[in-house]
Write a protein that binds this ligand. Structure first.
Ligand SMILES: Cc1ncc(COP(=O)(O)O)c(C=O)c1O
Length: 397
């Protein structure tokens, strides 16, 4: 009999967290490492949110459990914020507060998948999706995309992959790891296809406020209202308010899904930390000035990073339209001599870059896209330029 269950033993560690941990360990050991691994804003949480949390700490009411689906006032505020920001009109009863968007993703697939159900998963995908689908007993059906479609999946691909076991589609725009942002027309076509085929959509809107240039965010159930009864929206405070460590996210779903996933939470986490929920309440009730300031910085860094990456011979990078990641192709440098070593894939390349240039990047293999790597531009301008310049120097030999 195996020591660990097959289900748990099969889970791969989050590659993005692993890269970040390695980079932080090297830094702690005194190495001058620049980390492009972590998917978190480098800004502190805005003061008014921190103050709300400090106040909550001294209020005995927030030393207690909250209702499992979340503080009623936070659920109501999330419903209001959703109508304000994306135009999706929902009730507080449609909102379940979760331990970060990550738990909302896990809950969504736990609610939808029976063993063997298929979930369409466009690649490059965020590392957590396939694991959450598999943990729920579902089969991720990976649909590869590349630069030729701007890393966007097409309705033709969805149709070709469709079987009677297709239960759901994972959709994310703006995307982690590619930064792709789908147009309203593209979202409408995909949403209509899902309605016509009775396929659920799990749509991750966590980067809704981070779009650049001419790109605009659109919420799928707003563009295709017929989807509302078979759609789960994932969101949270982490990226919009620089609150990654507070662990507050949510899902928005039809009442039966909120009830079922709430039941699940009663047995695994009970509720999100009370003080964190009160901080999140201040965040979503407040304005969007903090994210406007961050977006401006990310936009500037995005253009700097894309320019520097495209100047490296053998590296090509599409301009990302959203989130805070560049997803360049390194295919042109694989197989070449790099400081006496040869990288045959981007896993090896990332190792060489970390060892020799002291720069942490996440290999595309982690996102189902070998040949590429993800670099977050959520770090200071000087480090960003220094980090990409180090890669350029190493690759130039
Ligand atoms: C696409 C996407 N969805 C959801 C999350 C979850 O964020 P959190 O659990 O920190 O709220 C992340 C975090 O990296 C993400 O990139």
């Amino acid at each position: 009999m195996p020591r660990l269950s097959r289900r748990i033993a099969a889970i791969a560690e989050s590659a993005t967290l692993a890269v970040d941990t390695k980079a932080k360990a090297l830094k702690a050991a005194g190495e001058d490492v620049i980390g492009f691994g972590a998917g978190e804003p480098d800004f502190p949480t805005p003061d008014y949110i921190v103050e709300a949390a400090i106040k909550a700490c001294s209020d005995p009411a927030s030393h207690k459990y909250t209702p499992t689906p979340g503080l009623p006032e936070l659920r109501a505020a999330v419903a209001e914020k959703t109508a304000r920001d994306s135009g999706f009109a929902v009730e507080a009863a449609n909102v379940l507060i979760t331990n970060g968007g990550k738990q909302a993703v896990y809950n969504a697939f736990a609610a939808l998948c029976d063993p063997g159900d298929e979930v369409l998963l466009p690649a490059p995908y965020w590392v957590t999706y396939p694991e959450a689908i598999a943990l729920a007993g579902g089969n991720p059906v990976v649909l590869p995309t590349d630069e030729t479609t701007g890393f966007k999946v097409t309705v033709e691909q969805l149709q070709a992959a469709y079987t009677p076991r297709t239960k759901a589609l994972l959709f994310v725009s703006p995307s982690n790891p590619t930064g792709a942002v789908y147009s309203r027309e593209e979202i409408e076509a995909i949403g209509r296809w899902a309605v016509d085929h009775e396929v659920w959509v799990v749509t991750d809107e966590i980067y809704e406020h981070l779009t650049y240039g001419g790109a605009d965010f659109h919420s799928m159930p707003v563009v295709v209202p017929e989807l509302a009864d078979t759609c789960i929206v994932i969101n949270g405070v982490a990226k919009t308010y620089a609150m990654t460590g507070w662990r507050v996210g949510w899902l928005i779903a039809p009442a039966d899904v909120v009830k079922a996933t709430g039941n699940l939470q009663t047995h695994c986490t009970s509720n999100v930390g009370n003080v964190s929920q009160r901080a999140a309440l201040a965040a979503v009730r407040g304005d969007l000035s903090a994210v406007a300031m961050m977006r401006e910085a990310f936009d500037r860094r995005r253009l700097i990073m894309v320019g520097l990456l495209n100047d490296i011979p053998g590296v090509t990078c599409l301009e990302p339209d959203g989130a805070f990641y560049c997803f360049p192709s390194f295919k042109g440098v694989l197989g070449r001599d790099i400081g006496g070593r040869r990288a045959n894939d981007t896993l090896e390349l990332s190792e060489i870059i970390l060892e020799q240039a002291k720069v942490a990047i996440v290999p595309g293999e982690a996102f189902g896209a070998p040949g590429y790597a993800r670099l977050a531009y959520a770090l200071g301008d000087d480090d960003l330029v220094d980090g990409v310049t180090r890669i350029a120097k190493l690759l130039a030999g």
